[in-house]
Design a binder for this molecule. Structure first.
Ligand SMILES: Nc1ncnc2c1ncn2[C@@H]1O[C@H](COP(=O)(O)OP(=O)(O)OP(=O)(O)O)[C@@H](O)[C@H]1O
Length: 223
């Protein structure tokens, strides 16, 4: 579903990613972990087509990865901190906007389900400014579940969530894999990676220093 071959990303003198190869199959759940500045967000931005590699190639289901290509945009869902909210749209209106943009069939019932799942039903008519930070994160996650997706890219999706919401997220990410969605996510939360991922990649200074099932890589990423 997603293939990165010989991918590097340089920012001036700084090589944030160094000759990285990665393949994520349909239904596979891959966690990225590593210390601050190790290159996780850089890799995710490349993996969803928001940024271009300095060298190497990135393909999504055989297509060159480019978020401006509608064939990519319609099938790749992204949850990242930079994703901003519209201050004048309610929670429900945010989800409706996503549903309309992706021509989701029966949007009302999909939206109701997502609001319920994320404990947002009571806040459906609230504006983002009145939400807690965890509720805002829940809304960004809900927006990803409303739309179609074959690849899901998430940057620290657990941030600001309480333990119950984190467990819900873990269950949802496992279910995503089971329905065939390729899932690539960065996390600083070892338990989340452990309970969700088939594979954990540990990054250090832009290089993959470990790649394997969570039980095999946990020594490196819990250091
Ligand atoms: N737009 C940019 N311009 C210059 N340097 C950048 C840019 N984006 C990232 N970097 C650098 O690339 C390196 C990797 O950053 P990145 O954000 O990918 O790390 P990370 O693993 O996601 O970190 P964290 O865990 O703190 O989120 C860092 O040294 C960072 O300073």
């Amino acid at each position: 579903m997603l293939t990165l071959a010989g991918v590097s990303r340089r920012f001036g003198e700084r090589e944030a990613l160094q000759r990285l190869d990665l393949h994520v199959a349909p239904g596979e759940r891959v966690a990225l972990t590593g210390s601050n500045g190790s290159g996780k967000s850089t890799l995710l931005r490349l993996a969803c087509g928001r940024d271009r590699p300095t060298t190497g190639s990135i393909r999504f289901d055989g297509l060159p990865m480019d978020e401006d290509d509608p064939r990519v945009r319609s099938r790749v869902a992204v949850v990242a901190e930079a994703l901003s909210c519209y201050p004048d749209l309610t929670v429900r209106q945010h989800l409706e906007l996503v549903a309309v943009a992706h021509a989701v069939p029966d949007p009302d019932s999909v939206i109701e389900r997502c609001l319920d799942e994320h404990r947002l039903a009571a806040h459906a008519d609230a504006l983002p400014g009145s939400l807690s930070s965890g509720q805002t994160q829940a809304m960004l996650l809900a927006a990803a579940w409303v739309r179609p997706r074959d690849l899901l890219v998430l940057d620290e999706p657990e941030q600001r969530l309480d333990a119950t919401a984190r467990d819900r997220l873990a269950a949802r990410l496992r279910a995503e894999g089971e329905r065939g969605t390729a899932v690539l996510f960065a996390t600083h939360h070892p338990a989340l990676a452990h309970s969700v991922a088939d594979r954990v990649l540990v990054l250090e200074d832009g290089r993959v220093v470990s790649d394997g099932p969570p039980e095999r890589t946990s020594a490196q990423w819990q250091r």
